[in-house]
Design a protein around this ligand. Structure first.
Ligand SMILES: [Zn+2]
Length: 568
């Protein structure tokens, strides 16, 4: 039971590792019988886990303090050498697909594993190795730039995450000033951000061409591991959002304006961050209080979650509170050699802190459930599946919210469900924007901004930027890190959100059946693709026409049934 701080990091001898991996792959290719073939496959996987553990340790510790010289150097070493292993991973996939034991693999591990290997081969050729290294570097540039943000505000020097509470202030003047300060920082760095993104788009378009496609989009879909849905599916799904969700969210925004006492026409973007005049729901305490209640909650939720959370606390696998130098955002990752997840976040006193203990913990819980999988690749799943694990956990934990939010609980419920709904159009807009960007790789930063603003108006017609130039001209997307580091990721969040909302409506009818379905879905993840996984769990695929229209009335009824006297 190694604690995180006692896990030993040592930079691998990359040349030696590659050499030894090549030898193993040689053995795999020349295996004379099925037993040798499978034994070698396990050995390859074991070496991969060892490397992944070291790379992940370096990445976690670098993100905990981006100023630490030692881990800056390690992060760079992994950025440079990581892509060299992708070539080997592709070689491994090719050997398995061409092997006489191919059918034995399908029988033992399921045919979806072979489909995943086939797709993986579409994302790589040795000719793009240098491009991948350059892409990694640009993403790191973006990360560092955002993490370096220092905003003078309220007599302090704050990072973007520390600005969170001011953005939600009940004092309109404070919200307005915080909004100007945050976007002022982005405006000041617009050129740098434009340059990074320009280079990324050109590079990715080039990668698409080198891999034999018209543009980057098929590569992006293959990278996302999508074996079962296409840009056409995405397009009609986005239309469901425009038709069924946008009208409902506009109604919710009008209710919000009324609640906070402003005419709807006068609502500015910084006003929409404030859901309630009495302030957004606030957690009842800091890290210690919240983690203690989370322990209780996971203890009561199920034996599996209880065991999982005890490990997280006991082995100190969470770095939760924000501090100078820490990388922005939150994530969960996995340390295969130790068979444990790790949770990283920036607690800042907002309800987002609780989301970490439900959302990131949902990811981590699923990782923990799968810790003994025989072959890493079997449990490898796409991100719209991954986000089901996390977003559904946010809803399964609803009955315990009182301990996190006290008197603000009813407000939390209202905000959680409404923000899930409000998220769908935003997520779809990010997807449509990226589709346009990679269909028009020659577009200038100005053209991109103009296009973003147009798309934004379709999905978020209520937004008024109060004359802030940077936003008026379509700059908001530059704050959305996924657009830089994980192209086309965003629709996945919305797909998972729709599934999680289905689980929510299910828990209202039969929470035990819903939880059993969730456990099965977590364990089946990676074995079958999204469009099969979801119906097999007794839910409807969001791609099915009308899937969204089916849940929106139930959610509206839930919101109407909440105690409005506590929501103000
Ligand atoms: Zn997530």
């Amino acid at each position: 039971m190694t604690k995180f701080q006692d896990m030993i990091y040592e930079r691998p001898d990359f040349d030696k590792e590659i050499e030894s991996m090549r030898q193993l792959l040689d053995q795999l290719q020349n295996a004379q019988d099925e037993q040798t073939f499978f034994d070698t496959l396990i050995a390859v996987d074991k070496q991969g886990r060892k490397l992944s553990t070291q790379g992940t340790l370096a990445q976690i510790r670098h993100s905990i303090d981006t100023r630490d010289e030692f881990y800056i150097a390690e992060d760079e070493a992994w950025n440079e050498n990581g892509p060299r292993f992708q070539e080997l991973s592709n070689l491994g996939a090719r050997i398995i697909l061409n092997s006489p034991y191919r059918e034995a693999v399908a029988r033992k591990y399921g045919k979806h594993l072979l489909e995943k290997f086939e797709l993986q081969l579409k994302t790589f050729k040795p000719e793009i190795l240098e491009d991948l290294i350059a892409e990694n570097k640009l993403v790191s540039d973006y990360d560092r730039l955002i993490a370096s943000a220092q905003i003078e505000f309220d007599g302090k020097t704050l990072n973007l995450s520390q600005m969170g509470p001011y953005n939600e202030s009940t004092d309109r003047a404070v919200r307005k000033a915080a909004n100007q300060a945050v976007w002022g920082w982005f405006a000041k760095h617009q050129e740098q951000l434009d340059t990074i993104y320009d280079k990324l788009v050109a590079l990715r378009h080039g990668i698409g061409k080198k891999l034999g496609y018209d543009n980057f989009i098929p590569v992006a879909y293959a990278r996302m591991g999508r074996t079962d849905w296409t840009p056409e599916d995405a397009k009609s799904y986005r239309k469901q959002i425009v038709d069924s969700v946008v009208p409902l969210t506009q109604k919710l925004y009008k209710e919000q304006a009324q609640r906070i006492g402003l005419p709807f026409e006068e609502m500015k973007n910084y006003d929409f961050a404030l859901d309630f005049l009495t302030g957004n729901p606030k957690p009842v305490g800091g890290e210690e209080v919240l983690v203690k209640h989370a322990s209780q909650m996971y203890h009561e939720l199920s034996p599996q979650t209880d065991e999982f959370f005890q490990v997280m606390v006991g082995q100190q696998l969470m770095d939760l509170t924000t501090k100078p130098g820490k990388s922005a955002g939150g994530y969960m990752t996995f340390l295969p050699d130790y068979k444990v997840p790790f949770i990283f976040s920036n607690f800042n006193g907002t309800s987002g802190d609780v989301d970490v203990l439900t959302h990131e913990a949902g990811h981590a819980f699923q990782g923990y459930l799968q810790r003994d999988v025989e072959l890493t690749d079997i449990a490898d799943y796409t991100s719209e599946v991954a986000e089901i694990h996390s977003m559904s956990m946010e809803f399964f934990t609803h009955p315990w919210m009182e301990g996190f939010f006290g008197p603000d609980t009813e407000k939390y419920y209202y905000q959680h469900v409404t923000s899930a709904l409000k998220f769908l159009p935003y997520g779809a807009s990010v997807d449509e924007f990226q589709e346009w960007v990679y269909e028009h790789p020659e577009a200038t930063p100005q053209e991109r901004r103009a296009q973003y603003r147009e798309i934004e108006k379709k999905y978020l017609p209520h937004i008024n930027y109060d004359g802030l130039d940077y936003l008026e001209q379509g700059g908001r997307w530059q704050r959305q890190g996924h657009i830089f580091f994980a192209p086309f990721y965003y629709l996945d969040y919305t797909l998972a959100q729709v599934v999680a909302l289905q689980y929510f409506t299910w828990t209202k009818k039969d929470k035990d059946a819903a939880w059993d379905s969730y456990l099965t879905l977590c364990l089946q993840s990676g074995r079958v693709p999204f469009k099969e996984l979801v119906p097999a769990a007794g839910l409807e695929s969001p791609f099915e026409d009308g899937a969204i229209a089916q849940i929106t009335p139930q959610l509206e009824a839930y919101l109407d049934g909440l105690d409005k006297s506590k929501i103000k």
